[in-house]
Design a protein around this ligand. Structure first.
Ligand SMILES: [Fe+2]
Length: 362
């Protein structure tokens, strides 16, 4: 077994301000990468800029990252970062800005390279990346992944380079102003990371330890998802569960539900977490009998009494996938031909089983 987790994590109230000095001294000039508005509303951007000001570190802000970031926006930001002489990148937000920050850090460091190097297997370094997550799904604050939209392949895919953030500043307070739909979608994305990592051919005792504890922590914070009032510590627990799940998928990657989700996001514009969630019950249902006790145990850890109850929760929260017979066929075909995602399944999965997972979500 191996276990590697080089990101320095500070998870606490006011993490950014408390560790502002370390963040600011990561370099001399920061490129802050974020979305258009949420990091302004939840206060994360101000926490970061106040700290940089306090320790006299220069910065510029690139706030044009949209959901499912494109290679063009990465290149646009990298061009600005190069021109401005930035020597580190701070990503603030959900998965999109954090993933984009890593790809941008790579493209600033490799200033003469074209965007094609993002998906080439070659050893390249990136500028240091600091992450400040403001949603509870991605885990990108600790993963080495950077998932971008690939219009050439009509899907989403992680770049070929593993870029671990140097520092992750994690604080549940940023979730308090998140819209309910964002909380729900991102919490389900994190749940997908836990389950797809736990039931994964690459799972080890270390990764399962992370996934299992993430499920327990997640299960303690679900009041918010059911529309009930948040209990003290719930936002922090959702954030913690998502970071733990990020560490779990760092070691295993994701599996069939994530693979299928990219079709729905690319072709139907369905948010990532929601698109993943539809397929989770079917994925668990496809497990062989020998893994059934573990399926029950994982679901119980997350607060579900049975697979039926979990399926009911998913259907109630997300509904069913809006695809035609032809589109369903295309989705199945795409994953049946995706050896990487199929290899992540802890048993030999057939095309019929993939089809069943899709049909179960309809
Ligand atoms: Fe995900």
């Amino acid at each position: 077994m191996e276990f590697y987790m080089p990101t320095q994590i500070y998870h606490e109230a006011e993490a950014v301000r408390k560790h502002g000095e370390e963040m600011a001294h990561t370099g001399k000039k920061a490129l802050i990468v974020t979305g258009h508005s949420s990091s302004k509303k939840n206060g994360a951007l101000k926490d970061v800029t106040d700290s940089l000001d306090k320790y006299h570190t220069a910065y510029i802000i690139y706030d044009k990252i949209t959901e499912n970031p494109t290679i063009e926006s990465v290149m646009d930001a990298a061009e600005i970062g190069r021109r401005e002489g930035t020597d580190f990148v701070i990503g603030i937000g959900g998965g999109s800005p954090l993933d984009a920050a890593k790809a941008i850090a790579l493209m600033i460091q490799n200033r003469d390279s074209a965007s094609s190097v993002l998906y080439q297997n070659m050893a390249l370094r990136a500028l240091p990346v600091v992450t400040v997550p403001t949603t509870c799904g991605t885990g990108s604050e600790v993963t080495p992944f950077a998932i971008l939209t690939r219009d050439d392949l009509q899907t989403k895919q992680s770049i070929s380079h593993r870029i671990y953030p140097v520092i992750a500043l994690v604080d549940g307070k940023y979730l308090k102003t998140a819209p309910e739909s964002v909380l729900m979608n991102t919490a389900i994305d994190a749940l997908g990371h836990m389950l797809e990592s736990y039931f994964n051919s690459k799972a080890t005792d270390y990764s399962r330890m992370l996934a299992q504890y993430a499920l327990e922590v997640w299960g303690m914070a679900t009041d918010i998802l059911f529309g009930m009032e948040a209990q003290e510590g719930d936002y922090d627990r959702l954030m913690f569960a998502s970071t733990l799940a990020g560490m779990a998928i760092t070691h295993t990657g994701t599996s069939i539900p994530h693979g299928l989700s990219y079709y729905l996001t690319y072709h139907k514009g369905i948010p990532h977490g929601k698109a993943v969630g539809y397929f989770l019950p079917g994925y668990l249902d496809s497990m062989p009998e020998s893994l059934e006790p573990q399926v029950i145990m994982a679901l119980r850890a997350a607060g579900f009494g049975s697979l039926e109850q979990f399926e009911g929760f998913i259907k109630e929260m997300l509904g069913t996938i809006p695809v035609t017979d032809q589109e369903a066929k295309e989705m199945v075909e795409e994953i049946a031909n995706n050896d990487r995602k199929k290899k992540a399944v802890p048993f030999e999965i057939t095309k019929e089983q993939i089809d069943k997972i899709v049909q179960q979500a309809r």
